[in-house]
Write a protein of this length. Structure first.
Length: 174
């Protein structure tokens, strides 16, 4: 793994321009443009993208689970934000996508893209960096597919029931 950089002093050396390296302009300062070039091995970029997708995936899962808990708690504690129609539509759409994917037997695109980037980086799936290891252990279980189908469907029904039990406000038209 290579990560190095430095100021561009007028000429670039051809020895750094390899096919598996990418260069990025990092910053400019005031009127004087100072260009720094950073060369990163492509496998690091793919590994970063895979880890970023894993974090996004985990945040969506947290949004769906904590969102449902917050909706029911919001009814009890009279939190007005849980009745926000945009939040509620996004929440029901998120679990709806999960339920539809499980019924159709479709693997989540985030999982597919993450595995693709891991394979491009040369890493085996779900090993390697700290983030990938721990978040992967939280998100992915080895159970029969029908278990996930039932869990996702029941959770989706609970989210749908929350729509009627804790009614969202109407969309405001200006």
């Amino acid at each position: 793994m290579y990560l190095f950089g430095g100021p561009l002093l007028g000429t670039t050396s051809k020895r750094w321009l390899k096919q598996d390296l990418y260069k990025f302009q990092v910053f400019c300062y005031s009127d004087l443009i100072v260009t720094w070039w950073c060369y990163v091995e492509s496998s690091l970029i793919y590994l970063f993208l895979a880890d970023a997708l894993l974090v996004v995936h985990a945040l969506i899962v947290v949004f769906i689970i904590v969102g449902l808990l917050a909706i029911y708690a919001g009814k009890y504690f009279v939190w007005s934000w849980v009745r926000n129609p945009w939040f509620r539509m996004l929440h029901i759409a998120a679990i709806g996508v999960v339920v539809i994917q499980s019924w159709l037997g479709i693997i989540c695109p985030l999982t597919t893209w993450e595995m693709y980037f891991r394979s491009l980086s040369g890493e085996t799936v779900y090993t390697g960096s700290f983030i990938a290891y721990w978040l992967g252990r939280l998100l992915y279980y080895q159970l029969p597919e029908w278990v996930f189908l039932i869990v996702y469907t029941v959770f989706g029904v609970l989210v749908l029931a929350s729509w009627f039990y804790v009614r969202p406000r109407r969309f405001v038209q200006h």
